[in-house]
Design a protein around this ligand. Structure first.
Ligand SMILES: Nc1nc2c(c(=O)[nH]1)N[C@H]1C(S)=C(S)[C@@H](COP(=O)(O)OP(=O)(O)OC[C@H]3O[C@@H](n4cnc5c(N)ncnc54)[C@H](O)[C@@H]3O)O[C@H]1N2
Ligand code: MOO
Length: 429
């Protein structure tokens, strides 16, 4: 097959081919505080109720609601404050509250036996006559007021977290609550990045004529880390077949990468050497063209069951290739239960006049106004643009169509995990 007659396959087929080689990797126990961003490899089942004791939600008085049934501002109920304040963290259960008694109690403390409600401090007046302390209540309260019963949030035996869940703040708090300080997690995929191109120089250098700074390396590193991967090797190779081949060899063999990403050199130009290397050295080429824009030149191969992604050198084409193929692959390798891309439907915010035979994935921004969700293409949507990578929060899918789509068309949008926060300062383009 000559380079000029590549067979473009639909993105769904490319995703299927990649998914077959993206399986969750090894598992390992790691300290909880080092587990952020990893995925859980075991279920978390509640071995105790939460809360484990009936818990006060307020600073106030623990009472028996029945004692306040007749209370009114004109005839308030008076209860004897019989015991020391019930604070959280006690070592033994507090004394029971008998009929006619109230106990001062603090937020988070265990409710004494007999009590069934907590009245907040601000609605109670306390009177002292000699050694006698009395709490004065002007209103009845419902049993259960300001009390979380045993297991009121989580019952024992409840399935709290399923394997595959990403350990973010919520999962970390739950694991800590159940004492799982060394959870079993999936290893982060080890990713190597090889950028290519003789015109590409390091960011710290000053470009001479025709040179550009390497932005893809920084971008891909951010994308890989956002996808839960660990970048174990990064290199740049000039347009020299042997140098590129060597960098890929080092990536797999010495750095032990589970996946290798290259950027550049996958089109049909005289110096597009990466593409030719993909299917060599014992690797199997999976595809070298996808019917989509941008990123049509995105290619992939496998070596010993490990994926090698040939991403475009054009920054936005590189970004889109990553979002549609690499991100779901890395997530799956890191323990995500499936290979998939979430999407939502939204109305196109403005006319998009460009048609084409391939579906387009436009960097776009989402807005919600009066419950209507709109997505609007960023203005710089060329494959070579970078600004829109910072601005976009989604990829808008424009299906193949002869003349583009009018504003108001219902379209699909793919949320970007690694999105800018919509702010880059200065004028929005
Ligand atoms: N005759 C044809 N020409 C082109 C075709 C085609 O089908 N026939 N496809 C076009 C499309 S679509 C794209 S996209 C580009 C893809 O080119 P490559 O992926 O091979 O990338 P390069 O040629 O190496 O570079 C493209 C562009 O990106 C800049 N670049 C490269 N690496 C970096 C980097 N690390 N950081 C920032 N920028 C980078 C490079 O300087 C070029 O400007 O091909 C079209 N041509
Ligand atoms: O891969 Mo190119 O980005 O289709 O423009």
């Amino acid at each position: 097959m000559s380079d000029y007659t590549r067979r473009a396959i639909p993105i769904a087929e490319a995703q299927r081919l990649i998914a077959a080689h993206a399986r969750p990797l090894r598992t390992e126990r790691v300290p909880l505080l080092a587990a952020f961003g990893r995925r859980l490899a075991e279920p978390l089942v509640a071995d105790r109720p939460v809360p484990a004791f009936a818990r006060s939600g307020m600073d106030g008085y623990a009472v028996r609601a029945a004692d306040l049934a007749e209370a009114s501002p004109a005839r308030p109920a008076r209860l004897a404050v019989a015991q020391a304040t019930v604070a959280s963290g006690g070592t033994a259960p507090p004394q029971p509250v008998s009929p006619g008694e109230a106990a001062r109690i603090m937020t988070g403390a265990p409710l004494p036996a007999g009590a069934d409600a907590v009245v907040m401090l601000e609605s109670v007046r306390e009177e002292a006559t000699g050694a006698l302390r009395q709490a004065v209540f002007a209103r009845p309260v419902a049993a259960g007021l300001n009390v979380t019963p045993v297991g009121g949030e989580i019952a024992p035996g409840a399935a709290v977290l399923a394997p595959g869940v990403r350990i973010g703040p919520g999962a970390a708090a739950l694991l800590a609550s159940f004492g799982r300080t060394e959870p079993l997690t999936y290893a982060r995929p080890r990713v190597a990045i090889v950028t290519t191109g003789s015109e590409v120089i390091a960011p710290e250098e000053t470009p001479g004529y025709g040179q550009i700074r390497n932005s893809n390396l920084a971008m891909l590193r951010g994308l890989a880390e956002d996808a839960g991967a660990e970048v174990v090797f990064a290199a740049h190779a000039d347009d020299d077949e042997e140098r590129i081949a060597r960098a890929i060899r080092i990536a797999f063999e010495e750095a032990g990468a589970d996946a290798v990403l290259t950027s550049g050199g996958v089109s049909v130009g005289d110096f597009d050497l990466t593409g030719r290397l993909l299917g060599r050295e014992g690797r199997t080429l999976l595809f070298n063209k996808i019917s989509m824009r941008p990123g049509s030149v995105t290619s992939a191969a496998v070596q010993d069951g490990k994926p090698l992604f040939g991403l475009s050198g054009n920054p936005s084409a590189c970004y889109v290739g990553f979002a549609l193929l690499v991100r779901p692959a890395l997530a799956r390798m890191g323990g995500h239960p499936e290979f998939g891309l979430p999407s939502y439907s939204a109305y196109l915010g403005e006319d998009y006049p460009k048609g084409g035979a391939f579906p387009r994935y436009l960097r776009g921004r989402t807005s919600v106004e009066r419950a209507v969700v709109r997505v609007t293409p960023c203005s710089g949507n060329r494959s070579s643009d970078i600004l829109s990578i910072q601005e976009a929060d989604c990829l808008i899918v424009i299906p193949p169509c002869p003349r583009g789509l009018p504003a108001g068309t219902l379209v699909e949008a793919i949320p970007l995990a690694s999105r800018g926060d919509g702010y880059r300062g200065g004028e929005r383009t």
